[in-house]
Design a protein around this ligand. Sequence first.
Ligand code: SF4
Ligand code: SF4
Ligand code: FES
Length: 249
Amino acid sequence: MSPSGKSPVNHRANTGGTEKKSVPNTIKVTLNGAEVSGHPSMTILELAQEHGIDIPTLCYHPQLPPIGACRICVVEVEGSRTLVASCHTPIAPNMVIHTHSPKVLEARKVIAELLLTNHPDACIVCDKSSLCEMRKIATDLEIGLPRFRVKKRYYPLEDVSPYIIRDLTKCILCRRCVIACREIKKANIFAMAYRGFHSKVVVDQDQVLDKPDCQSCDVCISLCPVGALAKRDGEAASEERATELTTVE
Ligand code: SF4
Ligand code: SF4
Ligand code: FES
C-alpha cells in the first residue's frame, strides 16, 4: 500500500505555489478497525478527533505545543511494546490504532485514579466546578471509590498577587500554565522544579506568584484544566475565554 501518488489534497502541507509539486500525501492507517487517511504531520489524537473519536486529554490544548506530561491520552498501536501518548505521536503508514481497547481504558482509568487520589476532595467548593476537565474525565471513565492510597501534596494558598490566586494543592502538574505563559503571554513566569513527588510549578526560586505581568492577563487561568488557578476576585476563568483561546487559530 503506497502512500505516494494520487492522494487527495494535503490541506496542511500545501501552502501555495504549483499544486503538482505539493508534497504528498495521505497516510493510511487503521483506526478502531476502519481504514482512514490522514496528513503526514497529524498526530493520532488529531486524526481521532477528525473522525469524531473522543480521547481524553489533560495536558494537551490545541493552542499549545504538545506537552506530553499526563499520559491520559494513551492509545494502543499494534506492534508497539507500550501504549503511546496520542497527543504527540504522529501517525505512520499502516499503523493499526485502538483508542478504546480494554487495555487502553484500564490504563486511562489508573492514570486518572492516581491523579484524583492525589487531589483534594474539594470539588463541591471548588470555583472550577463544572468546568473542571479532570472531573469530567473521571465521570466519563466511571471512576468510583479510590483503589489507591498515595500521599497527598499540600501547599499553602498563594493569594499575594492582586490578580491571581494559586492553589497548588489542586495542581495536577499538567504544565499548561508554564507553556501558556511562555508561548502566548511571552512572560515566562513559571517553571517546573524539583523531582518526583515534590515536582512543582514554581515562580523564580520558588517564590509566591506576585508579578505585574498578570494584570489584565488570565491566559494561564483559562487554560488550567482544574481549579489550581483563579482570578483574584474569586471567579473561575470564564468558559467564553477558554473557548476563545481554543478557537483562535
Ligand atoms: S496571568 Fe498571564 S502573565 Fe501571569 S502567570 Fe498567568 S499567563 Fe503568565
Ligand atoms: S497550575 Fe493548572 S495549568 Fe498549571 S500545571 Fe497545575 S494544573 Fe496544570
Ligand atoms: S494529553 Fe497527551 S500526554 Fe497529556
